[in-house]
Design a protein around this ligand. Structure first.
Ligand code: C2E
Ligand code: CA
Ligand code: CA
Length: 609
């Protein structure tokens, strides 16, 4: 019955849209109606005056027909051009700039030749201008992205890959083995120069740096064909070995490396001989993670150091259990859950006016014997022992409960919760999230989840599906520790992400480190272009804050404003802020009352929140 009317065949954009009504057609109807009415009036007046003759009426009708036809033709051409412009807009969005320009060229050339510029001509020229500007901006973003990648993935002293890229590459290799793409063993060597501090102290840092550079070069040259060398920091080097077939091969290799390192090296006119301690770890199971492998190699390296240095050790599981100490006992962790030893701390994030806008949830373990433990001491163990999801759920639910309390008094505040990659990729996670929101009746847009980019990159497809589901629920997503993983904003562009958190590694050495400042301002600039909110973490000094405020960073988090405080003290903190009339005086003294005890000491705060 209701057949779609098909008009212009070459302007398909809006034809399928049943509500589309051309404004120009509407405008055309008015003049045509006026012509018809005038014509009718003329004819009627002639009839009334009995003067109606064909000779008189014919020119009027002809004139009216010509005028109407002209109006219709003009309108059609206008509609065609406007629809053409309309069809080009999505192409701009898809960055198909040359297509847009190709399509605009004939019409713009014509108008230039005519030396006229109607409104439509002007729209076309603006569109052309916009395509150039957007292309330039895209190139700019691409360039800066590559800069961030380069600066954040390579060690600036030696040019070797840094810890993050090393882990990333190792993880890729492990995945290849797991997917049966390769049969080799993946092994990691952790190498630490012996008594490097003495060289640094006696010959100066410049000579120390030179030594590291030369050693890096030697190692890279020697292992070129079998692996990749990285510098995780200090006087340590790591080597990813990709073509190892047997453990025996590893022993031979370590002996060779030791010989290589101990060859005399010329530094500041002095010939120096250094030795090194080496730890090796090889992937044993199909589920070995890069972080575990590197940690194991490091543990083995310390064993070599303990043995007096100048030697190497192959990692064995007993080394790990020795290193883990009693803290990592499974029974200890189980008791922590049943006895409610975990407790929630919150750290504020403030805006450029020093006003608290949100909090990050951070877990602490109030251990009966060891005191208040920071997550760095137990998260990795919980992860490897399979408790991390349980912990994440506890934190998430406790945070939602806390958010509910906060929202009653301060409805604008939000809470951000860290979610481990393990929990994030579990099927039950989204349902659990939903149940927490419903149970505490919180507004989802005030809850944010902090996840790391490495997690997203590990499994882009699954991550995207989960992210979209979370996004549909109205919950916000933040990328944590940005800059330490793959650091590609263009990657993130297609994901439902709201916030970028610049890792504290880039904030720590501001204002001394120019490079870090460059990275920060570029990240902030790009993130803003892509409409992300930017948070800087680990802000400790006024200089850092001033730099971030000047760089237009949205929120800041760090000891300068407040350390993480026990959740039950947060309302008091907010009340103080309110009493102080939303302004924080110099040195942020208002929050000092809330500084908690150092996490490693026994806490005096109650463990329940
Ligand atoms: P993160 O997500 O990067 O959290 C920020 C860390 O930086 C926190 O350490 C915080 O106390 C610390 N910090 C904040 N401001 C400053 C500052 O100005 N200077 C310095 N030096 N440090 C600052 P924390 O609480 O020890 O947490 C460490 C990491 O443990 C977190 O890093 C996060 O990755 C993980 N974590 C903490 N709580 C949870 C949790 O509930 N679940 C999961 N999965 N991970 C958690
Ligand atoms: Ca975090
Ligand atoms: Ca972080």
């Amino acid at each position: 019955m209701d057949k779609k009317q098909s008009t212009d065949t070459d302007t398909p954009t809006n034809e399928n849209n049943p509500t589309f009504v051309s404004a120009i057609w509407k405008l055309t109807i008015a003049p045509i109606a006026i012509i018809i009415i005038s014509l009718t009036v003329m004819v009627l007046s002639q009839i009334s005056r009995n003067e109606l003759t064909l000779v008189r009426i014919l020119p009027i009708i002809l004139g009216a027909i010509i005028l109407t036809t002209a109006i219709i033709m003009l309108t059609r051409s206008l509609i065609k051009r406007l629809r053409g412009i309309n069809a080009l807009l999505p192409l701009l969005g898809e960055s198909q700039f040359s297509e847009v320009r190709k399509a605009l060229a004939p019409s713009i050339n014509k108008s230039i030749k005519r030396n006229t510029a109607s409104e439509v001509d002007q729209i076309e020229r603006s569109l052309l201008d916009l395509s150039h500007k957007m292309e330039h901006q895209d190139e700019n973003i691409d360039f800066h992205n590559k800069e961030i990648e380069r600066m954040s993935l390579f060690d600036s002293l030696t040019g070797l890959v840094n810890r993050h890229l090393f882990l990333y590459e190792t993880q890729n290799d492990l995945l290849d083995v797991q997917d049966n793409k390769r049969e080799n063993i993946v092994a990691v060597i952790f190498l630490d120069l012996d008594k490097f501090k003495r060289i640094n102290d006696s010959l100066g840092h410049q000579v120390g740096d030179l030594l590291l550079k030369k050693m890096g070069k030697r190692l890279r040259k020697a292992t070129q064909k079998i692996g990749m060398v990285g510098r995780p920091g200090g006087d340590e080097f790591s080597i990813l070995l990709r073509n190892i077939r047997s453990v025996r091969q590893l022993n031979t290799l370590c002996e060779k490396l030791q010989k290589l390192i101990s060859q005399p090296i010329m530094l500041a006119d002095t010939s120096i001989v250094v030795s090194c301690s080496i730890g090796i770890a090889a992937s044993v199971s199909n589920s070995t993670k890069a972080t575990d492998l590197v940690r194991h190699a490091e543990i083995a390296m310390y064993k070599a150091k303990d043995a007096g240095g100048g030697t190497y050790r192959l990692f064995t599981p007993s080394m790990a259990s020795e290193a883990q100490d009693s803290l990592l006992l499974e029974s200890d962790i189980r008791r922590a859950f049943t006895e409610k030893e975990f407790t929630l701390y919150l750290q504020p994030k403030v805006d450029t006016d020093n006003k608290i806008q949100s909090f990050e949830s951070l877990v602490r373990w109030d251990h009966p014997k060891k005191g208040l433990l920071a997550p760095g001491l137990f998260i990795a163990a919980m992860e490897s022992m399979g408790f991390i999801s349980q912990l994440d759920d506890w934190i998430l639910e406790t945070s939602c409960r806390q958010l509910k309390i906060l929202m009653e008094h301060y409805p604008g505040l939000s809470i951000a919760v860290n979610i481990s990659s393990t929990r994030f990729s579990e099927e039950s996670f989204v349902n659990f999230l939903q149940s927490c929101i419903e149970k505490y009746g919180i507004e989802p847009e005030h809850l944010e989840l902090e996840i790391t980019e490495t997690m997203l990159m590990e499994n882009m497809a699954t991550a995207t599906t989960i992210l979209n589901k979370i996004k549909q629920m109205g919950i916000k997503i933040a990328i944590d520790d940005f800059g330490t993983g793959y650091s590609s904003l263009s990657y993130l562009k297609d994901l439902s992400v709201d916030t970028i958190k610049i890792d504290q590694a880039f904030i720590r050495d501001i204002p001394e480190n120019e490079k870090d400042m460059q990275i920060c301002s570029v990240i902030i600039y790009l993130a803003k272009q892509l409409k992300y909110k930017v948070v800087a973490e680990g802000v400790e000094t006024k200089e850092q804050m001033d730099f971030l405020v000047a760089s237009d960073c949205d929120l800041m988090q760090g000891y300068l404003f407040s350390k993480p405080i026990p959740a039950h003290k947060v309302l008091l903190m907010l009340e103080t802020e309110r009493l102080m009339n939303n302004s924080v005086p110099t040195k942020h003294s208002s929050f000092e009352d809330f500084q908690p005890a150092e996490p490693t000491e026994k806490s005096s705060y109650s463990t329940s929140d």
